[in-house]
Design a protein around this ligand. Structure first.
Ligand code: SAM
Length: 298
């Protein structure tokens, strides 16, 4: 039976998960204090990196040797300053936590789907050198391996068959390239507006490429529950951590109660360190938007 465990609490502590029990991590950490996603979530950049360091140590503990952790992320610009999140995560995971740096994939979004304001317009107004500010249309998927060898020969033949990757899709959608072109999630409902959710298509590729049927996928920053929803549909078990209890309803909506063949065993745990964040974020974002509209009017 497919098992799902959702824990509301801080993933710097994953005491509910045993050592070496997870087969794949797929996650998208908060984008530091990105003004339109996580305004003032962290006191400063050091506190942010420290959170990622602690989560990284827990991921290393719970992941099986030879298996991988995939982080979907991007550098963030706040009030003109660019924070090198990708470089810092690689530095921390490799030099401090002990992972091996295995792969980098660029997730390219379609040009017309930019969520945040276009910077490139500046050059249209001032067509001269030193007015160049490109619009960002990609994120990075950085993949780390816990040292050790995964023994492919120990996978039972029927599980191997059930996990077979469709070569037709692999070729047609160009999974074989290190640049993946996938449409991002636009703010279309009350959840996706304030959560920076990643697309199911991206999660599906990672789960299919790096885990077998019946294995366990973990997301330490679950958000609206994308990773668990896709994992269940692909016959994988899932564990998710989310600090914001206000996302419980969103996650519940996305977790099916049963698949075509079986019931799903879903367990929700609410820890004392869970918080309530979304209402706070929404108020801060709306205030910011209001202030910037007022400033433009003056
Ligand atoms: C970029 S979002 C993830 C979005 C998710 N991939 C989805 O598709 O909805 C990051 C999430 O991490 C959560 N978060 C931030 N700090 C956390 C922590 N210490 N422990 C657990 N969750 C945390 C945030 O509340 C946010 O929902």
């Amino acid at each position: 039976m497919t098992k799902v465990k959702i824990i509301f609490g801080d993933s710097q502590n994953m005491k509910e998960v045993e050592n070496d029990s997870v087969h794949l991590v797929v996650t998208s950490p908060p984008y530091y204090n990105a003004p339109f996603d996580f305004p003032d979530l962290f006191k400063d950049y050091d506190e942010y990196l420290n959170t990622l360091r602690n989560v990284g140590k827990e991921l290393y503990r719970v992941l099986q040797p030879g298996r991988v952790a995939c982080f979907v992320t991007q550098d963030v610009r706040i009030e003109g300053k660019l924070y090198p999140i990708v470089a810092d995560i690689i530095e921390i995971m490799v030099h401090e936590v002990g992972f091996e740096y295995q792969e980098k994939i660029i997730w390219k979004k379609p040009e017309g789907y930019i969520r945040i304001s276009r910077r490139s317009g500046v050059l249209l107004q001032h067509p001269y050198p030193m007015y160049y500010y490109p619009d960002n249309i990609y994120e990075e998927i950085i993949i780390f391996k816990k040292p050790g060898e995964f023994d492919r020969k120990r996978v039972p033949p029927e599980i191997r068959e059930m996990s077979k990757i469709e070569i037709h899709k692999f070729q047609k959608e160009k999974w074989y390239l290190s640049v993946w072109e996938i449409t991002n999630v636009l703010p279309s409902n009350k959840w996706s507006k304030y959560t920076a959710a990643f697309p199911e298509e991206l999660v599906e590729r990672l789960i299919r490429l790096y885990s077998y049927y019946g294995e366990t996928v973990l997301d330490p920053f679950l958000g609206t529950g994308t990773t668990c929803s896709v994992a269940i549909n692909l016959g994988r078990n899932c564990i998710g951590y989310e600090i914001d209890l206000e996302l419980k309803e969103a996650i519940e909506e996305r977790i099916p109660k049963r698949t075509l063949f079986e019931e799903i065993d879903v367990e929700f745990i609410i820890r004392e360190d869970a918080k309530r964040l979304r209402t706070l974020f929404r108020e801060r974002i709306e205030k910011r938007l209001h202030n910037s509209v007022q400033a433009r009017k003056l």
